[in-house]
Design a protein around this ligand. Structure first.
Ligand SMILES: *[C@@H]1O[C@H](CO)[C@@H](O)[C@H](O)[C@H]1NC(C)=O
Ligand SMILES: *[C@@H]1O[C@H](CO)[C@@H](O)[C@H](O)[C@H]1NC(C)=O
Length: 385
């Protein structure tokens, strides 16, 4: 970080805070990106293209299929919703053929079902897929536009900008969102673009201006991708873990459960690990076509309750060896949870450990629940058979 950037840091951090009481527990919901990408071809692929129908259908499913009651409340639009041109007042506008009703109407539809709407913009000249970006001079007007539409959550990406612009733009957007008077959750992709770790990223500052932030590369629909993310988060947990807490969350990216790339065991593992990492539970899948097994994993009440624990302490990897890893997360009421992740291929494998190895003091412990992935697995087996 150059001296200019460091100075800017000091200047901005005195003047900004977005403590509007939102996201005291990690956000839960659904986002279009990993599953539906930038499919804009509504003529040949009307079911899957980025259009108001996709978000309305998803809102219907969240409201009618038991998701909302479990806490899955945000319906989040990602890239590719915009028209290639701003309107005559310089405001962003949706693509007129794919969002003929406009975003305000879509927001009402979503609110009428007791859900919340998220939208996407990009700090820079263009979004990652080439749609209009939010340059520094457009931050205020874009925040106002989103508020006027009734948006509840902004994902602010960082393609097509440099580190100095990002250093200015992310705090400015925080301030601009606050100035609208509409409480909006603010998801910052900033860390991804500057390496994700201190000293490039000041997580204490980031937590003051954003509710959550993407630390690392986009998730893809594969176990390799999930493993890469877990590995990076665990290897860097000393920097990342203390940054999390109520209203400020590390975001390892979407849940891909229910798509094509994960086996049932791998899907359970993603759910268990996201739970223990106090990660946002934001699915990207097709809720109109979801098999019962994926549904059972994503709707596991124990996993969700642990993820949403009110203390908001992110878990840590305690042990790693013999292709077995043990993760631990403290919970309220003096409870805690362990996840045993096996990457062994010679199953069944008998794993021995002890309280001391798991950093528990000697003493008596009551086992309240069987291990979470076991529970997920029980439910799953029931539903499938
Ligand atoms: C704006 O920021 C102040 C101070 O952090 C906070 O009390 C208020 O709730 C925020 N309002 C909105 C709409 O974000
Ligand atoms: C990080 O940000 C905090 C404000 O949240 C500030 O007090 C601190 O000095 C910053 N640290 C560095 C190394 O810039």
């Amino acid at each position: 970080m150059g001296p200019l950037v460091t100075q800017l840091f000091g200047l901005i951090s005195l003047t900004v805070a977005l403590d509007n009481g939102l996201l005291k527990t990690p956000p839960m919901g659904w986002m279009a990106w990993e599953r539906f990408r930038c499919d804009t071809d509504c003529k040949d692929d009307p079911e899957n293209c980025i259009s108001e129908a996709l978000f309305r259908d998803t809102a219907d499913r969240l409201a009618e299929d038991g998701w909302k009651e479990l806490g899955y409340e945000y319906v989040i639009i990602d890239d590719c919703w915009m028209s290639l041109l701003r309107d005559e007042h310089g405001r962003l506008q949706p693509d007129p053929s794919r969002f003929p009703g406009g975003i305000a109407k879509l927001a009402r539809y979503i609110h009428d079902r007791g859900l919340k709407l998220g939208i996407y913009a990009d700090m820079g000249t263009h979004t990652c897929m080439g749609f209009p970006g939010t340059t520094l001079d457009k931050i205020e007007i874009d925040a106002q536009t989103f508020a006027s539409w009734g948006v509840d959550y902004l994902k602010f990406d960082g393609c097509s900008s440099n580190p100095v612009e990002q250093m200015l733009g992310y705090p400015l957007m925080s301030k601009a969102l606050n100035a609208t008077g509409r409480p909006m959750a603010y998801s910052c992709s900033w860390p991804v673009y500057i390496g994700g770790l201190p000293p490039n990223v000041n997580y204490s500052f980031l937590g003051d201006i954003c509710h959550l932030w993407r630390n690392y590369y986009d998730i893809q629909d594969s176990w390799d991708s999930v493993q890469g993310i877990i590995e990076w988060f665990s290897n860097n947990q000393d920097d990342l873990q203390p940054a999390a807490g109520p209203g400020r969350w590390n975001d390892p990216d979407m849940l891909i459960i229910g798509n094509f790339g994960l086996s049932v065991d791998q899907a359970r593992s993603q759910m268990a690990l996201w739970t223990i990492m106090a990660a946002p539970l934001i699915m990207s899948n097709d809720l109109r076509n979801l098999d019962n097994c994926a549904r059972a994993i994503l709707q596991n009440k124990v996993a969700i309750a642990i993820n949403q624990d009110s203390m908001g302490i992110q878990g840590r990897r305690l042990l790693k060896g013999n292709h077995i890893e043990v993760y631990w997360r403290p919970l309220s009421h003096s409870a805690s949870v362990l996840v045993f992740l096996s990457r062994r291929t010679d199953m069944p494998y008998l794993y021995h450990t002890s309280l001391a190895k798991l950093e528990y003091d000697a003493g008596n412990y009551e086992v309240c629940l069987p291990a979470m992935s076991y529970l997920v697995s029980l439910l799953c087996t029931e539903m499938v058979s």
